[in-house]
Design a protein around this ligand. Structure first.
Ligand code: ZN
Ligand code: ZN
Ligand code: ZN
Length: 261
């Protein structure tokens, strides 16, 4: 399995609009962060596993992320929650439906999918006119493990402030973004996870996101040997922050590819 971090930034992206701080003006490409998303390639060694490419969230930067990372196929979309930084690229799914001649299977919690239907109501209502291209999608509510391309996908309930959101586990890998609390009942779902991409907004505490210390505690309790922080704000420069992290823990960056056995 191969994970591509399409976006590693917080909801604003980095640089922020109209900010001249050291990170926002940095020339290090790893300090340029689009909104948070990953692409999971379930089977890079052969091309016959289908579905194969699983996108997590459709950020406002989805189009640029696909262009930058040469994403030419998406077979399914998993949604974590319906905040703008995770869903407002939803319309760009059209391109993959078009190429692949299929309705895109989308998965999320029932509440999240209801928010999606409300926010993108033109997609789900009968068309008012011909010729306006609409995303072709199927929505499936998930609250228990399910199978995609032979892989077991485990939704992991998390709390983002008081908002219930979903992380996802695939094999020994877990993606846990927009989390400030991992509920006790979710810890067993993370047993045996060795590689994690996890929310770590900044050093200071925040009401709806892990900060670095909380993310480090979670990584230790999970027992992951490799951890990559995401949803990073402009407080954290890549090089300077990376130098302070313990072995096995890194800041992720846009375009990072992680091999998971
Ligand atoms: Zn977010
Ligand atoms: Zn800044
Ligand atoms: Zn959020």
């Amino acid at each position: 399995m191969k994970i591509t971090v399409l976006g590693s930034g917080t909801s604003h992206g980095v640089p922020f609009i109209a900010c001249d701080c050291a990170v926002c003006t940095s020339t290090d490409p790893k300090d340029k962060r689009t909104r948070p998303s990953i692409l999971i390639d379930l089977e890079p060694r052969t091309s016959n596993r289908e579905p194969r490419f699983v996108l997590v969230d459709t950020t406002p930067d989805l189009r640029q992320q696909c262009l930058a990372n040469h994403v030419t196929r998406v077979d399914a979309v998993l949604f974590t929650h319906a905040h703008a930084d995770h869903i407002t690229g939803f319309d760009d799914i059209r391109r993959f439906s078009q190429i692949q001649q299929m309705a895109m299977p989308c998965y999320g919690s029932e509440d999240m999918l209801n928010d999606l239907r409300r926010m993108f109501d033109y997609v789900f209502k009968p068309p008012k006119q011909q010729g306006g291209g609409l995303p072709q999608v199927t929505l499936t509510a998930v609250d228990a493990p399910f199978t995609l391309g032979g892989a077991r996908i485990v939704p992991v309930p998390l709390l983002h402030g008081i908002l219930p959101v979903l992380g996802y586990r695939v094999g020994s890998f877990a993606y846990l973004t927009d989390v400030s609390t991992i509920p006790e009942t979710s810890w067993p779902l993370l047993d045996g996870v060795t590689t994690v991409v996890i929310d770590a907004l900044r050093r200071r505490p925040h009401s709806t996101h892990f900060n670095i210390d909380q993310a480090l505690d979670a990584v230790a309790r999970i027992g992951a040997t490799r951890a990559y922080f995401t949803h990073i704000t402009h407080d954290l420069g890549h090089a300077g922050t990376s130098a302070t992290l313990p072995p096995g823990v890194e800041l992720s960056y846009d375009g990072l590819v992680i091999d998971v056995q």
